[in-house]
Design a protein around this ligand. Structure first.
Ligand code: ATP
Length: 306
């Protein structure tokens, strides 16, 4: 549904994108991760046909972003990081105005605005001027604007950054529900927990290049590194550290737990015996599943990017 091949973008003499290729299928949610300035927004702007690439190709639902710009723009819904809202308009008039621009028929538009307003809990705020709404409410209005013409493809830049936890969950549930309607969605986010919850696939961009692309589980297997074990104990942390000294690489030591890596996990039972012998009470021992954050930082570490 969305395909990009070798996209580059040069601003003056700065190469913001240096060959981005990606695919998003119907019903799929792709999270685009990467440090500030990596090129995520630039990629989305090209895919939404609002910015021309310097070279490369991209299509949305088969339409070329370079030659079929109007068709692409009518098929995509875009939530930008800094949506320009018209502060003097009420949220309802603003949404109806954008719906009209997209030629959504009147009765359909009014029903859709009401449904989305109800879903996102905007309530009476919808008849207030946009300039008087809170940041989270404004972000919801911008999201509804992106959805107003029922687009086949959604590009969402930091969709929950201004929202309180309840609002963020509402939006995440909504995005997750998009899978059922066969839409293709790309989310740019710095919220790795959100990416892990929502994304079918994750692409990491650094310095204008995709440096990793895969399902969250695949990326974890590829980039997580040696397994980390967590042992919970009662007794003195110093005694635990002494008993393990030279036998494992301690990653983290707390008052009642130690996280470590060991070259041969088959040595774990021996380590437990040693700890017990040193008077440390072992409560549990388990492998720790790496977080997406660990994996992400490892991927970027390999890139020499902070
Ligand atoms: P963030 O996470 O901070 O939103 P991003 O990954 O979305 O970052 P982009 O906004 O795509 O990054 O920017 C990529 C690079 O291109 C940055 O160095 C940025 O300064 C540069 N850039 C983006 N737009 C322009 C422009 N119109 N003119 C010049 N440089 C630009």
């Amino acid at each position: 549904m969305v395909e990009a091949f070798a996209l580059t973008k040069c601003f003056s003499d700065f190469w913001a994108l240096q060959g981005i290729s990606l695919k998003v299928s119907p019903g799929e949610i792709l999270a685009l991760l990467g440090p500030n300035g990596a090129g995520k927004t630039t990629t989305i702007r090209i895919l939404a046909a609002v910015l021309r690439p310097t070279s490369g190709r991209a299509t949305v639902c088969g339409y070329d972003v370079l030659t079929d710009g109007p068709a692409v723009r009518s098929l995509v819904g875009v939530l930008t990081e800094f949506p320009g809202l018209y502060d003097r308009m009420s949220a309802r008039s603003y949404l109806e105005f954008f719906g009209q621009l997209h030629r959504v028929p009147g009765p359909v538009l009014r029903r859709r605005v009401s449904e989305l307003i109800d879903y996102f809990g905007l309530g009476e705020a919808v008849d207030r001027r946009l300039g008087t709404l809170s940041k989270g409410m404004r972000q919801k209005v911008a999201l509804i604007r992106a959805l107003i013409h029922d687009p086949k493809v959604l590009f969402l830049d930091e969709p929950t950054s201004a929202m309180d936890p309840a609002g963020a969950r509402q939006v995440r549930d909504f995005i997750a529900g998009l899978r059922r309607s066969d839409r293709a969605t790309i989310i740019c986010t710095h919220n790795l927990a959100e990416a892990e919850l929502l994304a079918d696939r994750i692409a990491v961009i650094a310095r204008g290049r995709i440096v990793a692309d895969g399902k969250p589980g695949e990326l974890k297997r590829l980039f997580a590194g040696p397994p980390v074990f967590e042992l919970r104990f009662t007794g003195s942390p110093d005694a635990a550290r002494e008993a393990l000294d030279g036998r494992v690489r301690v990653v983290d030591l707390g008052p009642n737990y130690v996280r470590y890596q060991v070259d041969d996990p088959g040595r774990n039972p021996g380590l437990v015996e040693r700890l017990v012998g040193a008077g440390v009470g072992v409560l549990s021992l388990a492998e720790v599943s790496p977080s997406l954050e660990d994996v992400y930082l490892r991927i970027l570490g390999g890139e020499g990017t902070s």
